[in-house]
Design a protein around this ligand. Structure first.
Ligand code: ADP
Length: 323
Protein backbone atom coordinates (compact mmCIF):
# COMPACT_ATOMS: atom_id res chain seq x y z
CA UNK A 1 0.00 0.00 0.00
CA UNK A 2 1.24 3.49 -0.83
CA UNK A 3 1.36 5.86 2.07
CA UNK A 4 -0.31 9.17 1.27
CA UNK A 5 2.01 11.96 2.36
CA UNK A 6 0.20 13.60 5.27
CA UNK A 7 0.83 17.14 4.07
CA UNK A 8 -0.71 16.43 0.68
CA UNK A 9 -3.76 14.63 1.99
CA UNK A 10 -4.49 17.43 4.43
CA UNK A 11 -3.46 20.43 2.34
CA UNK A 12 -6.18 23.06 2.31
CA UNK A 13 -5.99 25.96 -0.16
CA UNK A 14 -6.86 28.28 2.73
CA UNK A 15 -7.03 27.66 6.44
CA UNK A 16 -7.85 30.37 8.96
CA UNK A 17 -7.81 29.86 12.72
CA UNK A 18 -9.07 32.35 15.27
CA UNK A 19 -8.72 35.35 12.93
CA UNK A 20 -9.19 38.73 14.57
CA UNK A 21 -8.92 42.25 13.19
CA UNK A 22 -9.38 45.39 15.23
CA UNK A 23 -9.56 48.99 14.01
CA UNK A 24 -9.20 51.07 17.18
CA UNK A 25 -11.92 49.82 19.52
CA UNK A 26 -13.87 48.25 16.69
CA UNK A 27 -13.27 44.51 16.34
CA UNK A 28 -14.46 43.91 12.77
CA UNK A 29 -13.31 40.28 12.62
CA UNK A 30 -13.89 38.63 15.97
CA UNK A 31 -12.51 35.08 15.83
CA UNK A 32 -13.10 33.36 12.51
CA UNK A 33 -12.18 29.74 11.73
CA UNK A 34 -12.37 28.55 8.15
CA UNK A 35 -10.98 25.59 6.24
CA UNK A 36 -11.49 25.30 2.50
CA UNK A 37 -11.48 21.90 0.82
CA UNK A 38 -9.64 21.67 -2.48
CA UNK A 39 -12.03 21.93 -5.42
CA UNK A 40 -15.01 23.35 -3.55
CA UNK A 41 -16.80 26.67 -3.81
CA UNK A 42 -17.02 28.28 -0.38
CA UNK A 43 -19.12 31.40 0.06
CA UNK A 44 -18.93 34.03 2.78
CA UNK A 45 -22.39 35.50 3.02
CA UNK A 46 -23.13 38.53 5.16
CA UNK A 47 -24.66 42.00 5.24
CA UNK A 48 -22.60 45.12 4.56
CA UNK A 49 -19.97 45.65 7.21
CA UNK A 50 -20.02 41.99 8.37
CA UNK A 51 -16.25 41.66 7.88
CA UNK A 52 -16.16 39.69 4.62
CA UNK A 53 -13.70 41.89 2.74
CA UNK A 54 -11.48 42.28 5.79
CA UNK A 55 -11.33 38.48 6.13
CA UNK A 56 -10.32 38.11 2.48
CA UNK A 57 -7.74 40.88 2.73
CA UNK A 58 -6.20 39.24 5.79
CA UNK A 59 -6.18 35.88 3.99
CA UNK A 60 -4.25 37.44 1.11
CA UNK A 61 -1.78 39.23 3.36
CA UNK A 62 -3.06 42.66 2.31
CA UNK A 63 -4.31 43.57 5.78
CA UNK A 64 -2.37 42.61 8.91
CA UNK A 65 -4.55 40.65 11.36
CA UNK A 66 -4.69 41.51 15.06
CA UNK A 67 -4.66 37.81 15.92
CA UNK A 68 -5.02 34.28 14.62
CA UNK A 69 -3.29 32.09 12.07
CA UNK A 70 -3.63 31.95 8.29
CA UNK A 71 -2.25 29.41 5.85
CA UNK A 72 -2.72 30.26 2.18
CA UNK A 73 -1.63 27.60 -0.31
CA UNK A 74 -0.07 25.91 2.74
CA UNK A 75 2.13 28.93 3.56
CA UNK A 76 1.85 31.14 6.64
CA UNK A 77 0.37 34.60 6.02
CA UNK A 78 1.38 37.40 6.31
CA UNK A 79 4.95 36.04 6.60
CA UNK A 80 4.99 34.32 3.21
CA UNK A 81 1.99 36.04 1.62
CA UNK A 82 3.82 37.14 -1.51
CA UNK A 83 4.86 33.61 -2.33
CA UNK A 84 1.41 32.22 -1.47
CA UNK A 85 -0.33 34.77 -3.71
CA UNK A 86 1.52 33.33 -6.71
CA UNK A 87 -0.90 30.36 -6.50
CA UNK A 88 -3.99 32.50 -6.09
CA UNK A 89 -6.22 34.56 -8.41
CA UNK A 90 -8.05 37.59 -7.05
CA UNK A 91 -11.10 39.44 -8.33
CA UNK A 92 -11.42 42.55 -6.15
CA UNK A 93 -14.69 44.31 -5.40
CA UNK A 94 -13.75 47.38 -7.45
CA UNK A 95 -12.47 46.80 -10.96
CA UNK A 96 -8.91 48.03 -11.10
CA UNK A 97 -8.10 47.44 -14.75
CA UNK A 98 -5.62 49.90 -16.22
CA UNK A 99 -7.67 52.34 -18.33
CA UNK A 100 -4.67 53.33 -20.44
CA UNK A 101 -4.20 49.81 -21.79
CA UNK A 102 -6.16 47.52 -24.07
CA UNK A 103 -7.70 44.25 -22.86
CA UNK A 104 -4.72 42.20 -24.09
CA UNK A 105 -2.23 44.67 -22.58
CA UNK A 106 -4.00 44.46 -19.22
CA UNK A 107 -3.56 40.70 -19.21
CA UNK A 108 0.09 41.01 -20.25
CA UNK A 109 1.00 43.57 -17.58
CA UNK A 110 -0.83 41.64 -14.87
CA UNK A 111 0.85 38.37 -15.85
CA UNK A 112 4.26 39.97 -15.35
CA UNK A 113 3.50 40.43 -11.63
CA UNK A 114 3.59 36.66 -11.38
CA UNK A 115 7.02 36.48 -12.97
CA UNK A 116 5.63 35.02 -16.19
CA UNK A 117 7.58 35.86 -19.35
CA UNK A 118 5.84 37.74 -22.15
CA UNK A 119 5.83 34.72 -24.50
CA UNK A 120 4.00 32.58 -21.92
CA UNK A 121 1.44 35.28 -21.21
CA UNK A 122 0.93 36.08 -24.90
CA UNK A 123 0.25 32.39 -25.54
CA UNK A 124 -2.40 32.41 -22.80
CA UNK A 125 -4.15 35.61 -23.90
CA UNK A 126 -6.41 34.06 -26.61
CA UNK A 127 -7.80 31.44 -24.20
CA UNK A 128 -8.31 34.04 -21.45
CA UNK A 129 -10.16 36.38 -23.83
CA UNK A 130 -12.24 33.45 -25.09
CA UNK A 131 -13.10 32.48 -21.49
CA UNK A 132 -14.27 36.06 -20.92
CA UNK A 133 -16.17 36.14 -24.24
CA UNK A 134 -14.00 39.08 -25.27
CA UNK A 135 -12.12 37.74 -28.29
CA UNK A 136 -13.31 40.66 -30.39
CA UNK A 137 -12.18 43.16 -27.74
CA UNK A 138 -8.52 42.17 -27.70
CA UNK A 139 -7.35 45.63 -28.76
CA UNK A 140 -10.22 47.61 -27.25
CA UNK A 141 -9.51 50.15 -24.52
CA UNK A 142 -11.01 49.59 -21.08
CA UNK A 143 -13.20 52.72 -21.26
CA UNK A 144 -15.09 51.22 -24.20
CA UNK A 145 -16.15 48.11 -22.21
CA UNK A 146 -19.49 47.69 -20.41
CA UNK A 147 -19.56 46.93 -16.68
CA UNK A 148 -20.17 43.24 -17.41
CA UNK A 149 -17.24 43.10 -19.85
CA UNK A 150 -14.90 44.71 -17.32
CA UNK A 151 -15.92 42.15 -14.69
CA UNK A 152 -15.31 39.30 -17.13
CA UNK A 153 -11.92 40.71 -18.07
CA UNK A 154 -11.03 41.06 -14.37
CA UNK A 155 -12.03 37.41 -13.89
CA UNK A 156 -9.92 36.34 -16.89
CA UNK A 157 -7.02 38.42 -15.58
CA UNK A 158 -7.22 36.59 -12.24
CA UNK A 159 -6.62 33.34 -14.13
CA UNK A 160 -3.45 34.48 -15.91
CA UNK A 161 -1.26 32.55 -13.43
CA UNK A 162 -3.52 29.44 -13.59
CA UNK A 163 -4.35 29.65 -9.87
CA UNK A 164 -5.40 26.72 -7.66
CA UNK A 165 -7.55 29.08 -5.61
CA UNK A 166 -9.67 31.93 -6.94
CA UNK A 167 -10.85 34.58 -4.47
CA UNK A 168 -13.66 36.90 -5.51
CA UNK A 169 -15.07 39.80 -3.49
CA UNK A 170 -18.72 40.39 -4.45
CA UNK A 171 -18.15 39.37 -8.06
CA UNK A 172 -21.58 40.34 -9.40
CA UNK A 173 -22.46 43.46 -7.38
CA UNK A 174 -23.64 46.17 -9.77
CA UNK A 175 -24.18 43.85 -12.74
CA UNK A 176 -27.44 43.34 -14.61
CA UNK A 177 -29.08 39.87 -14.56
CA UNK A 178 -27.62 38.81 -17.92
CA UNK A 179 -24.09 39.74 -16.87
CA UNK A 180 -24.53 38.00 -13.49
CA UNK A 181 -25.64 34.78 -15.16
CA UNK A 182 -22.63 34.83 -17.44
CA UNK A 183 -20.24 35.26 -14.49
CA UNK A 184 -21.99 32.38 -12.66
CA UNK A 185 -21.60 30.14 -15.71
CA UNK A 186 -17.91 30.92 -15.92
CA UNK A 187 -17.41 30.27 -12.21
CA UNK A 188 -19.24 26.95 -12.45
CA UNK A 189 -16.98 26.00 -15.35
CA UNK A 190 -13.90 26.77 -13.24
CA UNK A 191 -15.25 24.81 -10.25
CA UNK A 192 -16.04 21.83 -12.51
CA UNK A 193 -12.46 21.94 -13.72
CA UNK A 194 -11.09 21.71 -10.18
CA UNK A 195 -10.37 25.33 -9.19
CA UNK A 196 -11.16 26.08 -5.55
CA UNK A 197 -13.32 29.19 -5.29
CA UNK A 198 -13.82 31.47 -2.30
CA UNK A 199 -16.29 34.28 -2.81
CA UNK A 200 -18.11 36.85 -0.77
CA UNK A 201 -21.61 37.99 -1.54
CA UNK A 202 -24.72 39.44 -0.01
CA UNK A 203 -26.87 37.79 -2.68
CA UNK A 204 -28.63 34.65 -1.44
CA UNK A 205 -29.31 33.39 -4.97
CA UNK A 206 -25.60 33.64 -5.77
CA UNK A 207 -24.71 31.61 -2.67
CA UNK A 208 -27.44 29.05 -3.32
CA UNK A 209 -26.37 28.58 -6.93
CA UNK A 210 -22.63 28.36 -6.46
CA UNK A 211 -21.72 27.32 -2.94
CA UNK A 212 -20.83 23.77 -1.94
CA UNK A 213 -20.50 25.23 1.55
CA UNK A 214 -21.15 28.64 2.97
CA UNK A 215 -20.76 30.60 6.17
CA UNK A 216 -23.10 33.39 7.22
CA UNK A 217 -21.16 36.20 8.90
CA UNK A 218 -22.27 39.16 10.91
CA UNK A 219 -20.35 41.54 13.15
CA UNK A 220 -17.12 39.66 12.41
CA UNK A 221 -18.40 36.25 13.52
CA UNK A 222 -19.54 33.13 11.71
CA UNK A 223 -23.15 32.50 12.72
CA UNK A 224 -23.64 29.26 10.83
CA UNK A 225 -21.75 27.12 8.35
CA UNK A 226 -22.50 24.16 6.05
CA UNK A 227 -23.98 23.34 2.66
CA UNK A 228 -26.92 25.58 1.74
CA UNK A 229 -29.27 22.65 2.36
CA UNK A 230 -27.69 21.83 5.75
CA UNK A 231 -27.83 25.44 6.85
CA UNK A 232 -31.51 25.76 5.94
CA UNK A 233 -32.38 22.45 7.64
CA UNK A 234 -30.45 23.32 10.81
CA UNK A 235 -31.55 26.91 11.21
CA UNK A 236 -35.13 27.24 10.17
CA UNK A 237 -38.55 25.60 9.93
CA UNK A 238 -39.25 23.81 6.65
CA UNK A 239 -42.16 25.90 5.42
CA UNK A 240 -42.97 29.59 5.17
CA UNK A 241 -46.41 31.09 4.66
CA UNK A 242 -46.41 34.78 3.74
CA UNK A 243 -49.67 36.52 4.59
CA UNK A 244 -50.72 39.97 3.33
CA UNK A 245 -53.77 41.92 2.31
CA UNK A 246 -56.69 43.38 4.27
CA UNK A 247 -58.04 41.25 7.05
CA UNK A 248 -61.68 41.95 7.75
CA UNK A 249 -61.04 41.25 11.42
CA UNK A 250 -58.40 44.02 11.64
CA UNK A 251 -58.98 46.79 14.14
CA UNK A 252 -58.89 50.14 12.34
CA UNK A 253 -56.09 51.41 14.56
CA UNK A 254 -53.31 51.83 12.04
CA UNK A 255 -52.04 48.26 12.09
CA UNK A 256 -51.93 46.47 8.80
CA UNK A 257 -54.38 43.66 8.12
CA UNK A 258 -51.56 41.11 8.16
CA UNK A 259 -50.19 42.43 11.46
CA UNK A 260 -53.58 42.38 13.16
CA UNK A 261 -54.24 38.89 11.82
CA UNK A 262 -50.77 37.68 12.93
CA UNK A 263 -51.21 39.06 16.45
CA UNK A 264 -54.58 37.32 16.74
CA UNK A 265 -53.86 34.01 15.05
CA UNK A 266 -50.27 33.33 13.93
CA UNK A 267 -49.15 31.85 17.27
CA UNK A 268 -51.80 29.16 17.03
CA UNK A 269 -50.29 27.78 13.83
CA UNK A 270 -46.69 28.95 13.39
CA UNK A 271 -43.68 28.15 15.54
CA UNK A 272 -42.43 31.63 14.84
CA UNK A 273 -43.69 34.64 12.93
CA UNK A 274 -42.40 38.06 11.95
CA UNK A 275 -44.23 41.04 10.54
CA UNK A 276 -42.32 43.20 8.10
CA UNK A 277 -44.19 46.06 6.47
CA UNK A 278 -47.49 44.69 5.21
CA UNK A 279 -46.46 41.04 5.32
CA UNK A 280 -46.57 38.45 8.09
CA UNK A 281 -44.01 35.67 7.63
CA UNK A 282 -45.09 32.47 9.39
CA UNK A 283 -42.44 29.77 9.87
CA UNK A 284 -43.74 26.24 10.42
CA UNK A 285 -42.89 22.58 9.93
CA UNK A 286 -46.37 21.71 8.64
CA UNK A 287 -48.23 24.44 6.78
CA UNK A 288 -51.48 22.48 6.22
CA UNK A 289 -53.46 23.63 9.30
CA UNK A 290 -52.58 27.29 8.64
CA UNK A 291 -53.49 26.96 4.96
CA UNK A 292 -56.88 25.52 5.97
CA UNK A 293 -57.42 28.45 8.36
CA UNK A 294 -56.41 31.03 5.74
CA UNK A 295 -58.80 29.56 3.20
CA UNK A 296 -61.61 30.70 5.53
CA UNK A 297 -60.33 34.30 5.84
CA UNK A 298 -61.69 36.81 3.35
CA UNK A 299 -59.43 39.68 2.32
CA UNK A 300 -56.14 38.00 3.16
CA UNK A 301 -53.79 36.82 0.43
CA UNK A 302 -51.12 34.27 1.15
CA UNK A 303 -48.26 32.35 -0.37
CA UNK A 304 -46.80 29.06 0.83
CA UNK A 305 -43.21 28.21 -0.06
CA UNK A 306 -40.27 26.13 1.23
CA UNK A 307 -37.89 28.02 3.54
CA UNK A 308 -34.78 29.32 1.77
CA UNK A 309 -31.40 30.83 2.54
CA UNK A 310 -32.84 34.34 2.68
CA UNK A 311 -35.12 33.28 5.54
CA UNK A 312 -32.09 31.96 7.43
CA UNK A 313 -30.10 35.09 6.65
CA UNK A 314 -32.85 37.40 7.91
CA UNK A 315 -33.42 35.26 11.01
CA UNK A 316 -29.73 35.36 11.90
CA UNK A 317 -28.82 38.91 10.88
CA UNK A 318 -32.15 40.68 11.42
CA UNK A 319 -34.24 42.89 9.17
CA UNK A 320 -32.65 46.22 10.13
CA UNK A 321 -31.12 48.19 7.28
CA UNK A 322 -27.29 48.18 6.97
CA UNK A 323 -25.48 51.03 5.29
P1 ADP B 1 -18.03 43.64 4.37
O1 ADP B 1 -17.03 43.26 3.32
O2 ADP B 1 -18.68 42.45 5.01
O3 ADP B 1 -19.04 44.63 3.88
P2 ADP B 1 -15.78 44.94 5.61
O4 ADP B 1 -14.81 43.87 5.92
O5 ADP B 1 -15.53 45.77 4.39
O6 ADP B 1 -17.25 44.34 5.57
O7 ADP B 1 -15.88 45.92 6.84
C1 ADP B 1 -16.12 45.49 8.16
C2 ADP B 1 -16.07 46.68 9.08
O8 ADP B 1 -14.72 47.14 9.16
C3 ADP B 1 -16.90 47.85 8.63
O9 ADP B 1 -17.53 48.41 9.76
C4 ADP B 1 -15.88 48.81 8.06
O10 ADP B 1 -16.30 50.14 8.20
C5 ADP B 1 -14.66 48.51 8.93
N1 ADP B 1 -13.40 48.80 8.23
C6 ADP B 1 -12.96 48.18 7.09
N2 ADP B 1 -11.76 48.65 6.72
C7 ADP B 1 -11.42 49.61 7.63
C8 ADP B 1 -10.28 50.46 7.81
N3 ADP B 1 -9.25 50.44 6.97
N4 ADP B 1 -10.30 51.29 8.88
C9 ADP B 1 -11.33 51.32 9.75
N5 ADP B 1 -12.42 50.54 9.66
C10 ADP B 1 -12.48 49.68 8.61
Amino acid sequence: MHAVPRGLALASPLEIRGLRKRYGDNEVVAGIDLRLNAGECFTLLGPNGAGKTTTLRCALGLTRPSGGEIFLAGLPVPERAREARMRVGVVPQQDNLDPDFTCAENLLVYGRYFGLDDATITARIPELLAFAGLESKRDARIQSLSGGMKRRLTLARALVNRPDLLILDEPTTGLDPQARHLIWERLKQLIRNGTTVLLTTHFMDEAERLADRLAILDAGRILTEGSPREVIAAQIEAQVVEVYGDWNGAARNGTSGAQAWAEAHACAFARRYEVSGETAFCYLDDAAPLMAHLAQQSGLRYLRRPANLEDVFLKLTGRDLRD
